[in-house]
Ligand binder design. Sequence first.
Ligand code: BES
Ligand code: ZN
Ligand code: ZN
Length: 500
Amino acid sequence: MNFSIKTTSPSQAQVDLLILYSWRGEKAETLVPNNLKLQSSIKEAMTREQFRGDEGEYVDIYTKGEIEAYKILVVGLGKEEDFDLYKLRKSIAAATKKAKQFKVKKLAFVPHNSWYKKFEPELVGQSMVEGVVLGGYKFLKYKGKEEKEKNIELEDIMFLVTPNKVAGMEKGLGIGKIFSAATIFARDLINEPAAVTTPTYLAKIALDLGKKAAGQIKVKILEKEEVAKMGMGAFLGVAQGSEEPPKFIVLHTKPAGAREKVVVVGKGITFDTGGLSLKPAEHMMTMKMDMSGAATVLALFAGLTHLKPKVEVVGVIAACENMPSGKAVKPGDILTAMNGKTIEVLNTDAEGRLTLADGLSYAVGQKPQAIIDLATLTGACMVALGQEIAGMWGNDEKLNDKVKKASEVVGEKLWHMPLEKEYKPLIKSDIADIKNIQTGKYGGAITAALFLEEFVDKIPWVHLDIAGPAYEESETTLVPKGGAGYGVRTILQYLLDLGK
Ligand code: BES
Ligand code: ZN
Ligand code: ZN
């Protein structure tokens, strides 16, 4: 896929498909101001097909040689006041999907003029590339030849702009390419079966990233014995039921001029059966995705080597499987985390918080200015916010705001949730410091966040519960069924803003 920014006028663009955008109620005259013949063709199609410019609506027109492009697609945007960078990406992804259906390979997008009134050209460019790449993504590795051949690979994608927008668009295009490649890196990892993405495999991916980055990224893999010496009893408690050896993965990059240090911790359960508190079959079906947080961390480093923001970043993944077996941790067992706190395990399916307890304790030891964790942590968060929105908890308003702002720029939805101290007694244990499930059945995503807070030692920290948006159970415009790579772009944007 080759992207370019061109100042060619839309009527001169030699492409298979020219994509124009229309607000609700916008007239053909303003879409193609200088071409009367084309105006009347578009107008006719719009009237015949009752196109109003609503979001998700489109109309396509053969140009019959009136301009260079073979075909035009007009895409509806809905009302201007409802438009944001998420919808911009969606509108691009939707057009990309249409282009693939039309089986065309060369396209030109004409960004709507009024987009620049709302957003800098740089952000328009970034969003457009992300829309094309993310909307066009398919995981076809295990499909046959026929299915692979049916998938049209777009070849040339042009964005047509006026000369004063070129520099900004070019910059955004560069960022968008890195952001979307990193997201796809995460998607591919999540979509791989758990038989492939074992803890050992994730460690190998990390080591490969280190090798490719030629000294920019240092990677350390801590084996079970070393992890035991460091006192990570909570992580090892989860890992002990599995035949697969656990791996504690640490990635580190410290560019010259870095002022701040951020640790990003990703939940890395490569398969979650629930352990002895075994999950029912339907709930287990998608549990290869329980390493989505880890995939995000690895993808970040794939992106950071190209972006090079001036921030020191440490990535932490406590990777293991959660399996039932004769050696598995049992309900009632007590584990001691690296920070010395004791945890009564009452449900072995609440394993993510156990591995994160040690991941976060390790993060604290790095003495960073901020810790961010991403975890497919609770079904309760999905009940609260649905499939598309992540929950955000944090102990520092400034950090919360920065992460929220980054998420809005990249169009990944998240919602700030309360770290409600009055619920703390719900995770008090009768026999240890805390227990891994709560008393009562409500507010499970909040009590999980409160559990994690026990391990961050007052360092500014944000927890993202990505159980919903990490994995799509049915296709959306920007994500097909399967891994979404959620969080990659938000954290990259946050780091980019921090290291400017
Ligand atoms: N990995 C799951 C959470 C999850 C559920 C992620 C569905 C994505 C989709 C997690 O380890 C888990 O099982 N959590 C339990 C916690 C409970 C036992 C307190 C849950 O949410 O049911
Ligand atoms: Zn679980
Ligand atoms: Zn889990």
